[in-house]
Design a protein around this ligand. Structure first.
Ligand SMILES: [Fe+2]
Ligand SMILES: [Fe+2]
Length: 205
């Protein structure tokens, strides 16, 4: 993992930083995501060390307050639309991608891209991005109803797991009466246009 880190950073130092910034729960979630990223990367032929790093730091901006996220997004030149203004927490993904470079010296494009898309998804998700998105959703400390099914799917078919996680997230956002980010819709449409659908997969379509 050290090969992608800036000078002076080690795996141990990153863990200490995360523990201090994210609190115990967020720290465990980061470790869990790193673990699931490693397993999924091994399963789908990606670099496990790089995926583990992306998982470990994917929420590095998570503890920043709404005001700080909006300020940092402005500083970094990240587009702030109406949805980000209403739900600034969404910005922890693109802001985190930039902070990965600023703080840890991580500039690897696969890592920063996966961090940037881990919350809303996007129309062009590569395998690495999907691994991080799904790992974030199914890591061992996640205990919501239905997580077991997606954990199982993740080992069988990553696109199916990604679609299921994405659709659950979209339902959750709609259920809370919040505006839906167009990137999430675009991510789902992209999967459907590729012929990936849960209905077809179950043989009903
Ligand atoms: Fe996140
Ligand atoms: Fe996360």
């Amino acid at each position: 993992m050290e090969q992608w880190l800036g000078e002076g950073w080690t795996r141990t130092k990153i863990k200490e930083w995360l523990k201090g910034k994210l609190g115990y729960k967020g720290y465990l979630h980061s470790l869990g995501t790193a673990y699931s990223c490693r397993l999924l990367a091994q399963r789908y032929g990606l670099d496990p060390d790089k995926a583990e790093l992306a998982g470990m730091i994917h929420d590095c901006a998570k503890s920043a307050g709404k005001g700080v996220l909006l300020k940092l997004a402005g500083d970094f030149g990240i587009l702030i639309g109406e949805i980000e203004e209403k739900s600034p927490d969404l910005l922890h993904a693109p802001v985190g991608a930039k902070l990965a470079g600023e703080i840890f010296g991580v500039f690897d494009p696969a890592v920063t891209r996966a961090i940037a898309t881990h919350t809303t998804g996007s129309a062009r998700m590569g395998l690495f991005d999907k691994v991080v998105y799904v790992a974030d959703y199914i890591e061992p400390t996640r205990i919501f109803p239905g997580v077991e099914e997606i954990r199982f799917l993740a080992g069988v078919d990553l696109d199916q797991a990604f679609l299921a996680a994405l659709e659950n997230t979209i339902k959750y956002v709609v259920g809370r009466g919040l505006p839906l980010h167009p990137a999430s819709v675009a991510a789902r449409n992209a999967l459907l246009f590729q012929g990936i659908s849960r209905r077809n997969r179950s043989g009903l379509g």
